[in-house]
Write a protein that binds this ligand. Structure first.
Ligand SMILES: [Fe+2]
Ligand SMILES: [Fe+2]
Length: 132
């Protein structure tokens, strides 16, 4: 069973966003499955993938917010910055203590994803649909 799974209810209806959200879910499941693995290199690779993915994804959403003059821009951007910092911190922690992927961190990410989806991303998607 997957650590995190999504269905059509988690889609926001903007292709670029939905595609990247699916990628996030994939990375999170991979990290969870690697949690107890001895393969430190693979874990490191996946942690870096997470960091790179989140940067790319936040930039995609930010570009959309700017392009469509989204009124939720400020709070959405702040929320991204908070999460990006947290992930970078965790990646650094992992580098200092290779081999350990915190389950608490993965649970936080999962919780954050669903909250953020409902409170920020869905609003952005709604706004885009209302102006296009
Ligand atoms: Fe977002
Ligand atoms: Fe998002």
């Amino acid at each position: 069973m997957n650590f995190i799974s999504t269905d059509e209810n988690t889609l926001v209806g903007i292709e670029a966003i939905d595609k990247q959200h699916k990628e996030f879910v994939k990375i999170l499941n991979k990290l969870y499955s690697l949690k107890n693995s001895q393969d430190v290199e693979k874990k490191k690779e996946e942690m870096q993938k997470l960091e790179a993915h989140i940067k790319e994804h936040f930039q995609t959403e930010l570009d959309l917010m700017v392009k469509y003059k989204d009124p939720g821009y400020i709070s959405h951007k702040l929320e991204h910055e908070r999460m990006e910092k947290k992930i970078s911190q965790e990646v650094r922690k992992f580098a200092a203590n290779p081999g350990t992927i915190s389950e608490e961190f993965l649970n936080d990410l999962k919780r954050w994803f669903f909250n953020h989806l409902e409170f920020n991303d869905r609003k952005l998607a709604k706004h885009i649909k209302s102006v296009t």
